[in-house]
Design a binder for this molecule. Sequence first.
Ligand code: FCB
Length: 446
Amino acid sequence: MVKEFKENFIFGVSTASYQIEGATAEDGRSPSIWDVFCKTPGKVYGSHNGDIACDHYHRYKEDVELMAGIGINAYRFSISWSRIFPEKGKYNPKGMEFYKKLINELNEKGIKPVVTLYHWDSPIWVYKMGGWLNRDSVKWFKEYAVKVFEELNDSVKLWITHNEPFCASIFSYYEGMHAPGHKNLREALIVAHHILLSHGAAVEDFRKFNFKDSKIGITLNLTPSYPASSSKEDIKAAFRSDGYSIRWFLDPVFKASYPEDMKEVYKEFIDGFDFVSDGDLRKISIRNDFLGVNYYSRELIEFSQDSELKFRKIHGNFERTEMDWEIVPESLYDLIIRLRKEYTRIPIYITENGAAFNDRITKDGKVHDNKRIDYLEDHLKKVVELNQKGADIRGYFLWSLMDNFEWQHGYSKRFGIIYVNYETQERILKDSAIWYKDLIKKRIIE
Ligand code: FCB
């Protein structure tokens, strides 16, 4: 069956500052927690770091040109907080200039800029003052957000406060996989709370400006948990995993509460929730104009006596990407239906979706990434089907425009539709880029 996208449906691509910009010591930028994490032995694959990355800071014009060539409608990127405020209270116009130039370039080419304020690269000065563990981080973030709104609002109409608070909190402060690499559950929950609170604070300030036609929201990574069997234990384990990664974030944002069952679970490990003050949840659940959903995969969960929270991930029979993530477009479908039923009717953007594969340049000088094309096509089909059912998904941002620094995996995982040769910084359009170009033009998936 032919599946058609509406005329105003946005086909975009996503990136993030630390993953592509490089130029980490230029024009007054101060280090972020990721600069430090990368230099800590054993944290990042091959001791890779973002010092140069895709050198996008210097090659942004060429990159925008490539996007224009593909016909991309919108570009979601993030701002490096430590370029804008390299020190507490010290605004750096030079750092802002880069984003102004990038945004100009995009607008000139008719590509909508979509700005994420926080994609994990917290300035090191913030970290040294306690980072997101310090409730004052909410104030610091607010100051940064307001400055960015003031400077860029004329030319940016879609705003995202945070990218994946789950990763910036649980993954970074409990599982220790991301910067700053702590392993403390109480810390992780405090960080999550302050990040959510800073979202509420930033949206509140945004509303005060009364910007015309500008919209703001938050991006959550929503990886659904499915029970590995029909046993009571596995069902309970999957529900707990769902609470851990999904409901702990969706509930405060849309229901002004933390899930009671998870509070019970966490009480065993932490002494209370004194970091949640009266009125916080009201602030966190401020109205959003849209919800950003990052979806890559689902998780199959079973009960595990050995794990602290009594659940663990296992693999099912689905094919997997280079990240070892199962390819399950159906669960994107189920997820959106669930969001509509249980949480919200506001517009949704898929702010990330994509796949890493072991891409190689072949003798013909090309990259034939057919598996990626299949992945993208199968997920986009679900998006059309969902919209036909009234899901109101307004756009799709493919992760990623180009291969980049994939956090703890360094440069070993390639997600781009553009291949990057990290030695020469040459960019090569993969077959998936050509496929995307064709799709954007036709707006039809057969
Ligand atoms: C998401 C991140 C993004 C990228 C993709 C693969 O969790 O938001 O930066 O690393 O995963």
